[in-house]
Design a protein around this ligand. Structure first.
Ligand code: AMP
Length: 190
């Protein structure tokens, strides 16, 4: 059986992290979130973390080379995985191409890109709510949240076409109860 490699896609606040938790459990996948990896670097006060923090606090993307390097290390460290769920990566076409090269060279390509679709008004509401409890600086300020959504629309949303061209794009309605959305994702995985 080939590996179940999935990209969980969607704007900030679409529920990627929350839904990842269900999918990991259900399919035994390894979760790779570049946002989580970057926050771990910041916590450990590494040089990479210091550089990334400034960009993340503004809601800008960090450079492709940084996140591609992190993902490469993690893929190499988990040969035993039944599959990976990529959360918050890729976010640019260069990242998507790099990921394809890494996985295709192992004959373990991306199976599907599951895109959670949520209207902007709902995203801002969810992120401000999360900021109140998560302590994430980039979730606490509406203008930073809107900048993250702009970054998504300009650099990341075009990846829908990248994966559509490969016949892998699956749009999922990301509004509803958590179990309803999980069910939609499971159906789309098939
Ligand atoms: P997230 O936790 O996915 O919302 O990511 C938080 C922040 O980390 C983003 O706003 C970016 O500044 C940075 N980041 C996370 N993943 C990536 C990525 N794949 N490419 C560039 N920047 C990223």
């Amino acid at each position: 059986m080939s590996k179940l490699n999935l990209v969980l896609f969607g704007p900030p606040g679409a529920g990627k992290g929350t839904q990842s938790a269900f999918l990991i459990e259900r399919y035994g996948l390894v979760h790779l979130s570049t946002g989580d990896l970057l926050r771990a670097e910041i916590k450990a006060e590494t040089e990479l973390g210091l550089t990334a923090k400034e960009l993340m606090d503004r809601g800008d993307l960090v450079p492709d080379s940084v996140v591609i390097g992190m993902i490469r290390n993690k893929i190499d460290a988990h040969h035993e995985a039944k599959g990976f769920i990529f959360d918050g990566f890729p976010r640019t076409e260069a990242q998507a191409q790099a990921l394809d090269e890494m996985l295709n060279s192992k004959s373990e390509p991306i199976r599907a890109m599951l895109a959670l679709e949520v209207p902007e008004q709902e995203l801002v509401k969810r992120l401000l709510g999360r900021g109140a409890t998560s302590g994430r600086a980039d979730d606490s300020n509406e203008s930073i949240i809107r900048n993250r959504i702009r970054e998504y629309e300009s650099k990341t949303a075009p990846l829908k076409h990248y994966y559509s061209a490969q016949g892998k794009f699956k749009g999922i309605d990301g509004v509803g109860t958590l179990p309803e959305i999980t069910e939609r994702l499971v159906k789309a995985i098939g």
